[in-house]
Design a protein around this ligand. Structure first.
Ligand code: CA
Length: 238
């Protein structure tokens, strides 16, 4: 396998040094920058397999960097690094298209596990079109192969991870998926990982596809058990 190329955006030198060293030990090629503008410059010129993005940067907010990268590349996995006090930023980051986050201080083992999981999946999204074509439910038409959907709000682009999650839900239509199952199949992580990432993805899917995201009909919460996707909620059948 080719060496994965990682863009590390981190301005705290002592943290960056440790991460660069260990990522290289792990077989990755690392480009390290300490500002958002340098990150975007590299992003435009080079190919990366993963971006590791600190949110607090000296020249700009990492959220803006994340948004700009997503405008050009929906597939590239983005792992955010945030401080414990940046709860709102973390949620905003997941909304801007980041795939996962780690809260500082994190353990090196946890960091490398996350990175490996994300790299494994960065090649994963070879969509298996369900019944050969776009998937329709309600007013929505989802094209997993093109990473696009048409919804009541118009055309939207989907990230690779959003597609993976939709694919998992569509394949298990009508069944309850436990949080651990979703974390395992979408993020490839064990169930004891922080789970707010999952909840934020559900919020995103509901915003895209539900008529009223506050009373979801397609992406249902099953209290104490997990989530269930229903293609034809009862009211639609009548
Ligand atoms: Ca920082």
């Amino acid at each position: 396998m080719n060496q994965p190329h990682i863009l590390l955006v981190e301005d705290e030198a002592h943290i960056a040094q440790g991460l660069v060293f260990n990522l290289k030990q792990d077989g990755c090629r690392v480009t390290h920058v300490d500002t958002g503008s340098a990150a975007l410059a590299h992003f435009k010129r080079e190919e990366f397999n993963l971006v590791i993005l600190d949110l607090m940067l000296p020249d700009c907010n990492g959220l803006d960097v994340c948004r700009k990268m997503r405008q050009h590349n929906q597939q590239l996995p983005i792992l955010m690094l945030t401080a414990l006090s940046e709860e709102q930023d973390r949620i905003a980051g997941l909304r801007e298209g980041a795939d996962d986050y780690l809260t500082k201080p994190f353990s090196l083992d946890e960091f490398l596990l996350r990175v490996r999981g994300m790299l494994r999946r960065s090649g994963w999204y070879r969509p298996t079109a369900i019944n050969g074509g776009p998937y329709r439910f309600g007013a929505n038409l989802v094209d997993l192969t093109e990473l696009r959907a048409t919804t009541a709000q118009g055309e939207i682009n989907l990230t690779g991870l959003e597609c993976k999650m939709l694919e998992t839900f569509f394949a298990a239509e009508g069944q309850v998926l436990a949080r651990t199952q979703l974390l395992q199949s979408v993020w490839g992580v064990a169930g004891d990982t922080e789970t707010r990432t999952l909840d934020n993805f559900i919020v995103r899917l509901r915003k895209y596809f539900e008529v009223d995201p506050s009373t979801p009909r397609y992406f249902q919460t099953v209290r104490g058990r997990g989530y269930r996707f229903v293609r034809e909620p009862e009211a639609d059948k009548e």
